[in-house]
Design a protein. Structure first.
Ligand SMILES: Nc1nc2c(ncn2[C@@H]2O[C@H](COP(=O)(O)OP(=O)(O)O)[C@@H](O)[C@H]2O)c(=O)[nH]1
Ligand SMILES: [Mg+2]
Ligand SMILES: [Zn+2]
Length: 377
């Protein structure tokens, strides 16, 4: 181990001032973009170091994620290598995708091809609302719609409580406004497959193909593609995280929380209080939520789903405990020791995989398993 002083002598930079952002993680390697480029022995600037994680960090269970701010030790100028010695406190942390310090999310949908589907859009919006990270809604492929059709969607979504940005990667419509929103921020790109996320990245970052090749050339260790979340560096400043496209995000929220994820319903809740404190707003007496808003139907359907999810979770918890409450035909409760634990576990694990499979299309179970192990779902 180098101590501080020896390192200080051997390098023009002291240990503590090499700080950067992790822009790619693959296998056990971390690509770190340095805040201020280092100079190598030929006075050429080094902007990135390929780093490993110090064993000490592994021992204390400190993970390193894309977006993490890190302190790097022992820079090797020859090979542009280093070791991550410390991870600075995270401001935010997302698990799917695994990204630290994200400041906003860019939700991308297409107005057509694939046709904009209100239910699917609602589901994504609810998921985005539940993360509590601010997000921007972007509708791509505006070139496929007339200006009247575009206006209709804009007005419709305003009633939902959103101000969507209509863009076209093809004709560059709205891209300047979008660039301004992304400037100097870490942004998560999310949305279903086929809406134009990759095309958008290619347009915003012209050298992106070259860059991806450079990184994967060094980092590529086979097939761990699902773990590979990379931050793309925007030319005007800022970072963009591409995510595996998925078409059906898990709702993952409690029935009572759901109503708060609809901005147009939040407005109604501000006007008063429902008679029942546990009101689920589906026709209870003196409920403040009206029934005549477009997404009320979405709300009721998602509510059913949230209730079913909660019941399933409860059932799993019951199975996990060693005793199980049973109800006699007389209505009296009694406890019964739990049987067949292993069988239950196996079933639930398969079920979990099935859910994951729904979430991330196009990915093998094996890859998902690795992903899952990393993220502790
Ligand atoms: N008409 C039109 N097509 C687009 C636009 N942006 C992307 N596409 C096309 O949509 C398809 C899917 O794009 P891609 O970037 O792979 O979507 P991703 O799955 O979200 O990454 C491709 O054939 C693109 O050429 C756009 O603004 N207008
Ligand atoms: Mg893509
Ligand atoms: Zn109510």
């Amino acid at each position: 181990m180098h101590d501080l002083t020896s390192l200080h002598h051997s390098s023009p930079t002291t240990v503590s001032n090499i700080i950067g952002t992790v822009v790619a993680v693959q296998a056990n390697f971390y690509q770190v973009r340095l805040d201020s480029p280092l100079k190598d022995y030929n006075d050429a600037a080094i902007s990135h170091l390929l780093c490993t994680r110090r064993t000490r960090l592994k021992k204390i269970g400190q993970t390193v994620m894309v977006g993490d701010r890190v302190m790097v030790e022992e820079p090797d100028y020859q090979d542009a290598r280093g070791a991550i010695a410390q991870v600075l406190d995270r401001k935010t942390q997302l698990s799917r995708p695994p990204v630290a310090n994200a400041e906003q999310m860019l939700l991308v949908f297409a107005l057509d091809e694939p046709l904009l589907e209100p239910w699917q859009l609602s589901r994504f919006l609810i998921k985005a609302e539940s993360t509590e990270i601010p997000f921007l809604l972007c509708l791509n492929k505006a070139d496929l719609l007339t200006s009247t059709q575009q206006k209709t969607w804009e007005e419709r979504l305003e009633k939902w409580g959103y101000n969507p940005l209509l863009i076209s990667v093809k004709t560059f419509q709205g891209l300047e406004a979008l660039k301004n929103c992304l400037k100097d921020k870490i942004t998560i790109l999310a949305g279903p497959s086929g809406v134009g996320k990759s095309s958008l990245i290619n347009t915003l970052i012209p050298q992106v193909k070259q860059r991806v090749n450079r990184v994967s050339g060094k980092l590529q260790k086979g097939r761990h593609t699902t773990r590979h979340v990379e931050l793309f560096e925007l030319p005007q400043g800022g970072l963009l995280a591409d995510t595996p496209g998925f078409n059906k995000p898990n709702l993952d929220c409690s029935p009572s929380q759901l109503i708060h994820y609809f901005p147009e319903a939040r407005k109604q809740l501000e006007r008063g209080t429902c008679q029942f404190s546990n009101c689920l707003h589906r026709g209870e007496p003196n409920c403040v939520i009206e029934e005549k808003w477009e997404r009320y139907e979405h709300y009721l359907t998602f509510l059913e789903e949230a209730i079913a999810q909660q019941e399933a979770t409860q059932q799993m918890a019951d199975q996990e405990s060693t005793l199980k409450v049973k109800i006699k035909t007389s209505g009296e409760e009694y406890y019964e020791p739990k049987l067949e634990t292993k069988k239950y576990r196996r079933t639930s694990r398969r079920q979990k995989h099935q859910n994951l499979q729904d979430l991330y299309d196009n990915q093998s179970l094996e890859e998902l398993e690795e992903f899952e192990d990393d993220l502790d779902f």
